[in-house]
Each structure stands twice: as C-alpha cells, then as structure tokens.
Design a protein around this ligand. Structure first.
Ligand SMILES: C[S@@+](CC[C@H](N)C(=O)[O-])C[C@H]1O[C@@H](n2cnc3c(N)ncnc32)[C@H](O)[C@@H]1O
Length: 216
C-alpha cells in the first residue's frame, strides 16, 4: 500500500475501517496497560479513530500519527476541538485538549516524537500493511519505544486467499514471529466477527476472527 492508496481513500471518503463506536477490546482491556492519569498513548496509523477520544476520556494524553491530513482535520472538527497547528520537520502537527496528531509518514517518526509514550494502541495499523511492510513497521515502532512500554494489539484473521487486503490477515503465530524475542505476547481473546464486518464477507471472507493481544 503506497501513500497514494491511502490519500485516495480519504479523498474519496472510502473509509470502511472507520467506526463510530469505541472498540470493545479497548474498553475491555485498557486497564491491562496499567496507565496512570496523564500517561500518553501512541496510536500509530490513527485515522480519525474515536478510540482516541475515549482514551482521552480515561485521562490519557494521545499522540496519533496519520498520513492523511484530511483524517487529522476531520478528527478535530468531528470532536468539536479547535486545534493549534505547527510544522515540525516532516510533520504537520495539530494539537488540542491533550490530543496531538502528527500528519505525515509513520516511518519518518523518530524518538524525539515518542520520548514520553507510556503505551501503544494498535487497531488496524499492523493489519493495514502488506506482509512485506509489517516487519519494517514493527522494527520501527520498537525502535521508538522504551522496552517497558506495553501495547494492545488487535488483528483480523481470515483465510488469506479469500480476498486481498487491506485489512490483511495476521494470525497469532505471525504476531509472535514479528515480536519474537522483543516482547512477551499474551493472547487475550478472539471473537468471531464475520457478522459484524459484512463488507469483508461481501469481499469473500467465509471466516473472520478478531484477536486481541497484550505485548509487554
Ligand atoms: C485501516 S486505517 C486504520 C485507521 C485507525 N487506526 C482506525 O482504527 O480507524 C489505516 C490508516 O493508516 C494510515 N496510514 C497508512 N500508511 C501510513 C503511514 N506510512 N504513516 C502514517 N499513516 C499511514 C492510512 O491513511 C489510514 O488512515
């Protein structure tokens, strides 16, 4: 998936991954991240996810990274927040009410942007990337974080030959391979989501499971 693919998605408003409700796994397992009031959560490839508003409501600060400036602007306008703006290197940063969204390429992030991150929430980020990019994503993400920073990671799994991603199928073994020797992977829960994701059934999926993992 190159940048144009995602820019076009946002330009054409073809964003079926965007949900109006807070993710159920986030609500259920947030406490496992062990965060204190004011701790900052990194949300890579954040889109305009309402999960960021929910994290803020739990008392967290949020840093999101997103290629599309449309998504970033929409997030603030839909949440009724008037952000301040500044340019910092490769990133256009919009910031308001404890939420800082960096518009630019995740792979251009460096540790100056993530020095104060206490946890990571990955929903539809790892699985947005094709196989060839996922190891690079994980290597870059881990290079930005202190080793003790926990992550909540959600993935979809389906028979990979049934349709072309995104979202790409990432099963537990693949998560363990990607994070091997660098994080302890705890499988939290798996739910059958085929009925809830009709768009993926329409694309050919006959099975669809959503996994939640805690990485510590
Ligand atoms: C499947 S969407 C998920 C968005 C969000 N996490 C959610 O749950 O709604 C993936 C997002 O990643 C963004 N994206 C893709 N590649 C990126 C990159 N290299 N850097 C920053 N954002 C990227 C896309 O623009 C898109 O909004």
């Amino acid at each position: 998936m190159d940048a144009d693919f995602w820019h076009n998605r946002w330009q054409d408003d073809v964003i079926p991954f965007h949900k109006e409700r807070t993710n159920h796994y986030l609500e259920k397992y947030f406490h496992r991240l062990g965060l204190a009031d004011g701790d900052r959560v990194l949300v890579p490839l954040c889109g305009k996810s309402v999960d960021m508003r929910w994290l803020r409501e739990q008392g967290c600060a949020v840093t999101g990274v997103e290629l599309s400036e449309i998504a970033v602007r929409d997030f603030f306008s839909e949440q009724g927040i008037t952000p301040s703006q500044r340019q910092e290197g490769d990133f256009h940063i919009l910031e308001g009410e404890g939420i800082s969204l960096l518009s630019g390429d995740f792979f251009a992030l460096d540790s100056t942007h993530t020095a104060n991150i206490s946890a990571v929430y990955d929903r539809a980020a790892l699985i947005a990337l094709p196989d060839a990019m996922r190891a690079r994503y994980v290597d870059h993400l881990l290079s930005l974080l202190a080793p003790e920073v926990p992550m909540l990671l959600l993935t979809f799994e389906y028979p990979p030959h049934e349709f072309d991603g995104p979202p790409f199928s990432v099963n537990e073994a693949q998560v363990r391979d990607l994070y091997a020797n660098r994080r302890k992977v705890t499988h939290l829960e798996t739910l059958d989501r085929l009925k809830d994701e009709a768009r993926l059934a329409e694309r050919g999926a006959t099975q669809l499971h959503e996994h939640a993992f805690l990485l510590t």
